[in-house]
Write a protein that binds this ligand. Sequence first.
Ligand code: AP5
Length: 220
Amino acid sequence: MHIVILGAPGAGKGTQADILCQELDLPHIASGDLFRQALEKKTELGLLAKSYMERGELGPSEIAIKMILERISLPDCVSGCVFDGFPRTLEQAEALDKALAEQGKSIDKAIYIQVPRKELVKRLSGRRICRSCQTPYHLMAAPPRVAGKCDKCGGDLYQRPDDKEETVKERLKVFFALTLPIVDYYKKQEKLIEVNGNLGIQNVAEKIISVLKPFVITEL
Ligand code: AP5
């Protein structure tokens, strides 16, 4: 089972991917997290990605593709995974389809979480992330039980540098120019599911699970 979660920055891709992965017992594959981990470890790739991320631009596609294909070749992905933040361009979507097809696999469904622009900006400005396990929180909508600490692992919460107002504007521009065409790509393949993301976190999760149920979730 391979599921792609699509949506603008702040739409709730990471939040919903986490919930879905728990429900389906699948690994959560987030390209942004892989870039940030590389940055944290100060690898060559991380240092290269830093400037793109700080500007709110996409990192080089060939690196994103390589990183993702390496990640999904690990044993925990043998039964599938949930992709969050990947693919982000048509080139990435085609590369993913090709790599999966070579193993006799394919994307089952792409879920597009739609949220109005004003709400996206509000979500990103209040977001806090766990430095250890990357779980997202929100100061108002999803606060941690203890301020500044992750509920799951006790790690410290921090604000992502690319959640600054100017960078958010650029990330939104990049999404509408480069990533939105992927919505049509999956629509043409009859794999697209559009979900109203402008609801509470649990309501969005219930919606996603209920629309996926007839297609792929036999065990729910
Ligand atoms: P990435 O980390 O993928 O960031 P993004 O796509 O901009 O998405 P976000 O993580 O900001 O938002 P999200 O939709 O996951 O929302 P979340 O669940 O956290 O990418 C960062 C950078 O890495 C890119 O700019 C690029 O440079 C590089 N990169 C990554 N992938 C790449 C690729 N494939 N190719 C090239 N470059 C790549 O939620 C946001 C907030 O809202 C949280 O605080 C959350 O608690 C809250 N929230 C969530 N849902 C709700 C709700 N329903 N109601 C109220 N609040 C909610």
